[in-house]
Design a binder for this molecule. Structure first.
Ligand code: ADP
Ligand code: MG
Length: 262
């Protein structure tokens, strides 16, 4: 994380129930405005560590992702896929170059604004599901809206509706340990949708699932992203996806080796 930028504590952050993210929305282009790309990366590099032991995980990446695009990222282990997705998710900053999300340079955003970007604009789905084990399915989905202005009753209703939409209406009171891997990933997808993000980012979302369940999860991700007019960026090893995806970006040793459109 760079040290030359001030950490901005948003004024609206106070009170014990706040997660430190505040409630003011991050400005994004109108839903119908497709002229501003979801992502525009220029000359992006990422170095972990420094000096002789530094690892250049990404080198000089240029990448534009339009609103509502569906993009698959592939490449060997260690090629930089997760690093790239973390930059897209504003979970990390580039060592060099510019990452623009919805027209805004993430480097120009303070920590509070970055938190709101991650909460309101981006939905994440991880290989390990990352559900909170002590919370029920519905509580896991609701939680990500806890620091928003959505009233508690509306949060509960929306979480239940989302779980229904991913086929889990009968499981909303179950703990993650009482759910199969595929069901846990469905909860994670419902959670990713809770704050109506513009982008879904998924890092090997089927990596812990058998192939039949994985195929269902990928179909579900594609369906929800299309239904909600979301941009979908997916890291995957599944050949079926890379054959179906309209656009496939291949990383090799941190460089963009190919960018093909169907
Ligand atoms: P992939 O997701 O394609 O397997 P990663 O983005 O995780 O690749 O990693 C790219 C390179 O960066 C690898 O060489 C990896 O070891 C290195 N790397 C990833 N994260 C870190 C980190 N936090 N600190 C140091 N090196 C890292
Ligand atoms: Mg990875």
């Amino acid at each position: 994380m760079s040290t030359h930028r001030p950490v901005i504590t948003p004024k609206e952050d106070h009170g014990p129930m706040q997660t430190g993210t505040g409630s003011a929305p991050v400005p994004v282009p109108a839903t119908g405005d497709l002229s501003v790309p979801t992502y525009d990366l220029t000359g992006v590099s990422k170095v972990y560590g420094s000096g002789a032991t530094g690892v250049e995980a990404l080198s000089d990446i240029d990448l534009r992702v339009e609103q509502r695009d569906f993009l698959a990222i592939v490449g060997a282990s260690g090629s930089g896929k997760t690093t790239l997705l973390q930059l897209l998710g504003a979970l990390d900053r580039p060592s060099a170059g510019t990452v623009r999300c919805n027209g805004r340079d993430i480097q120009s955003m303070g920590e509070g604004e970055l938190s709101r970007l991650r909460r309101d604009v981006i939905g994440f789905v991880f290989q390990q599901f990352n559900l909170i084990p002590t919370l029920t399915a519905r509580q896991n989905v609701e939680l990500v809206a806890a620091s928003t202005e959505m009233p508690a009753a509306a949060r509960a209703a929306r979480a239940a509706e989302l779980l229904d939409s991913v086929g889990l209406a009968a499981r909303e009171g179950h703990l993650p340990s009482q759910l199969s891997g595929g069901e846990q990933q469905r909860v994670a997808i419902a959670r990713a949708l809770m704050n109506r993000p513009r982008v879904i980012l998924a890092d090997e979302p089927t990596g812990n699932l058998d192939s039949a369940t994985g195929a269902e999860i990928l179909a579900l991700l594609q369906r929800v992203a299309a239904d909600n007019h979301q941009t979908l960026v997916l890291i995957t090893h599944e050949q079926a996806v890379t054959e179906a995806a309209p656009r496939v970006v291949t990383l090799r040793d941190g460089r963009l080796a190919s960018d093909t459109r169907a």
